[in-house]
Design a binder for this molecule. Structure first.
Ligand SMILES: [Zn+2]
Ligand SMILES: [Zn+2]
Length: 551
């Protein structure tokens, strides 16, 4: 029996991201006007979010209470947990706590973001306990697809909460460091009031295979490929990079890293001892490009088919440093993030069309998930034996499935809370209830501008993509005011070349008529006339721009 301790006060759990979606994980814990933040992730945009680089959580709730924040705790170095850290530490001057590798990856990220010299970074180790205001935080090791991942035991006078963050129960992890089962059992002995656990794979029965299964698949690719092998994964999937290095060594190939994030992350992970790569294995990319094809493995980003990534550019023939050549094998060593399936599929098709041999999950097991499947989720619930359960990290369907699993292992339905971002959950007097709702929206980040891309801009981009664009360039003689030459017309993305052959001359004729008739006084009129003509002729409403120069 757990010892009964009087519970005092109210702990408020504020899900800012990762509940009801995959990505941008961020949770705030608030007790007596003191706040800790757990994780500050980003989410990758979906197909229909055009031109958006990434999305960060709406963290207005904690930004407005910045002086109450006593610490920012990061569980591991994946983008969906650290990606938004530059934005958060610019707004909130609180100390950041992370394990050594996670801290190293945060440093790389902050250095590249620039302008955040003030960040107060602190190193913690799995097994350590940290006191921050009313919070006692116990860090415990969990296996995942990156070394040095931790879960948290968070004790306040209101009780004990266990926050797993991402995990899988990998019994033969690449870094040889399994989960801290003893700590989980110890928590349960103390009595866990609430468990927050990773729901990503709640729809997958069984166990997630160990990261080890990838080794033989890589062996096969490296031994059977006669040419270069290009392996794409996330720059933060440190365990995978280790496996590629090990396979390259076994097959007498040198390894080169393409892309700054890959280069920087490998550098810091090697320096801190989390990547074991011999100096002689690594060669600079320009050297690798001049070596015999069957002697090299190139590692790069772009496993999600991101257009700006190296694999994205290779698929469209627009990579500057090197291009695909006959005999190349491209390995996509990751699984499409929900919403990215279509982009990944198109990228695979484009790579194939350009003559590459393409290997992806489904052809060979070149990827395993880093997240617990159903049996492991049940094991977590059984080990921790929480009184209440709050599934995190997943879309509503995964959260709901995880809730059903919790019921299967004996947690009462009324003690399980399926909520999405912005729904505050409160723990007090040993009971959990729902609090108020706060906004839990998307903040779009597009290059330099943050958050000022509203729905209007998104709609405009959508229209551009759907309806295309027509540019009319008019040059006038500045002495006579007459056309120097016929208007130049460029169309993009709204009519077939055949249709353009008849449409463009007609548009040109109408524009010339208007200009010669003095209609240039109002460029808007020209735009309007062209638009209504196009709508009438081809039922499309592209965006129409008129540029005017005088020479
Ligand atoms: Zn992760
Ligand atoms: Zn994650």
């Amino acid at each position: 029996m757990a010892k009964q301790v009087a519970k005092q006060g109210k702990l408020r759990i504020i899900p800012l991201g990762g509940l009801g979606e995959v990505g941008k994980n961020m949770t705030a814990y608030e007790f007596n006007h003191k706040i800790i933040i757990v994780d500050t992730g980003i989410m990758f945009p979906e197909n229909d979010m055009l031109g958006i680089d990434y999305i960060i959580p709406d963290f207005a709730y904690v930004r407005e209470r910045a002086e109450q924040v006593v610490g920012i705790i990061i569980t591991h170095g994946h983008e969906d947990h650290i990606g938004a850290i530059p934005h958060v530490v610019r707004a909130i001057q609180a100390p950041v706590y992370a394990t050594p590798l996670t801290r190293g990856l945060i440093e790389v990220k902050l250095a590249r973001a620039g302008g955040v010299e003030r960040a107060q970074l602190n190193t913690v180790q799995a097994g350590q306990t940290l006191e921050l205001g009313p919070f006692k935080i116990e860090f415990f090791h969990l296996s995942h697809s990156i070394p040095d991942a931790v879960g948290l035991g968070i004790t306040t006078p209101a009780g004990l909460v266990v926050h797993t963050s991402d995990f899988k129960f990998d019994l033969s992890p690449v870094d040889g460091w399994p989960a801290d089962y003893a700590k989980l059992a110890e928590f349960s002995k103390r009595g866990v009031d609430l468990l927050l656990s990773d729901s990503t794979n709640a729809e997958r029965p069984g166990w997630t295979p160990s990261e080890m299964v990838i080794g033989p698949a890589f062996d096969r690719v490296l031994s059977e490929s006669k040419g270069r092998v290009i392996i794409a994964t996330f720059a933060s999937l440190i365990s995978r990079i280790q496996q590629v290095a090990d396979a390259a060594t076994r097959h007498g190939r040198k390894m080169a890293l393409a892309g700054p994030s890959m280069v920087d992350n490998v550098k810091i992970a090697r320096k801190l001892g989390y990547l074991n790569i011999a100096d002689e294995l690594l060669v600079p990319i320009d050297q690798a490009l001049n070596m015999q094809d069957h002697k090299v493995v190139l590692m790069c980003t772009g496993s999600q088919g991101e257009p700006a990534s190296i694999v994205g550019r290779l698929s469209t023939g627009t990579n500057r440093q090197f291009d695909l050549k006959p005999g190349d094998t491209v390995v996509l060593s990751s699984h499409p993030i929900p919403g990215n399936e279509e982009t990944v599929s198109k990228t695979i098709n484009r790579l194939l069309r350009r003559g590459a041999h393409v290997i992806y999950d489904g052809v060979l097991p070149v990827h395993v998930s880093g997240h617990a499947s159903q049996e492991e989720q049940k094991l977590m619930l059984n080990l921790v034996k929480p009184k209440h359960f709050l599934p995190i990290h997943g879309e509503l369907r995964q959260l709901t499935r995880h809730a059903a699993l919790a019921e299967e292992v004996g947690i009462r339905k009324e003690d399980i809370f399926v909520v999405e971002n912005g729904q505050i959950v409160e723990l007090s007097g040993g009971n959990v209830r729902l609090g108020e709702r706060i906004p839990g929206e998307y903040i779009f980040v597009d290059g330099e501008s943050i958050g000022d891309i509203d729905d209007g801009v998104m709609r405009e981009r959508e229209m551009l993509a759907r309806n295309g664009i027509l540019l009319i360039d008019i040059s006038l003689d500045k002495m006579t005011g007459r056309l120097l030459h016929e208007p130049e017309i460029v169309t993009r993305g709204f009519v077939s070349p055949q249709d353009a052959e008849t449409l463009v001359p007609e548009v040109r004729r109408r524009v010339m008529e208007m200009v010669n008739g003095g209609g240039l006084e109002n460029q808007k009129d020209i735009v309007g006339a062209v638009k209504s003509y196009l709508h009438e002729a081809v039922k499309r409403r592209p965006m129409v721009f008129v540029t005017l120069s005088k020479a």
